[in-house]
Write a protein that binds this ligand. Structure first.
Ligand code: ZN
Length: 146
């Protein structure tokens, strides 16, 4: 055990410099010495890896951003609402002009509302919309009970 000539800290004999201030037994200070408190944390490669993995994971959002595709342009709010109800019946969430159509919006005279569904639902939605359009055309053509 030796006593640091600079800061009077007791230093283990196995240390050549004072662990507290970096001074040698002879009183020579090491200009490059940094105390443990000031030293930057030892880089752990596995720690970096873990961090990069974490940052690549998307933060959990209550509702993930939806990729919406237009599946139909309705004639008016009533038609949009009707179609959206039909879509909802088969479990497809649809939006009209970017909103869920509540009863309030249903009353708004939207001009040709754009009906959008999630990309993954598009094929099923199109099936329903195609059928809807066929029926509509038939109705307009005066054909009943198609
Ligand atoms: Zn010291």
């Amino acid at each position: 055990m030796w006593i640091c000539p600079k800061c009077s800290t007791s230093v283990e004999p196995s240390f050549e410099i004072c662990w507290s201030c970096g001074t040698t037994v002879d009183g020579v200070e090491d200009p490059t010495f940094v105390t443990a408190d000031n030293a930057s944390p030892i880089k752990d490669p596995s720690d970096n890896l873990r961090k990069s993995k974490e940052s690549s994971v998307e933060p959990e959002l209550p509702e993930p951003p939806l990729e919406l595709v237009e599946c139909y342009r309705a004639r008016d709010s009533a038609e949009a609402k009707f179609l959206m109800d039909r879509l909802a019946e088969i479990g497809i969430m649809a939006l009209a002009n970017g909103t869920h159509m509540g009863n309030t919006e249903y009353m708004l005279p939207l001009f040709s509302p754009r009906i959008e569904v999630r990309a993954e639902d598009y094929a099923r939605a199109r099936g329903l919309v195609d059928e809807f359009e066929l029926r509509k055309k038939a109705r307009l053509a005066g054909v009943e009970n198609l």
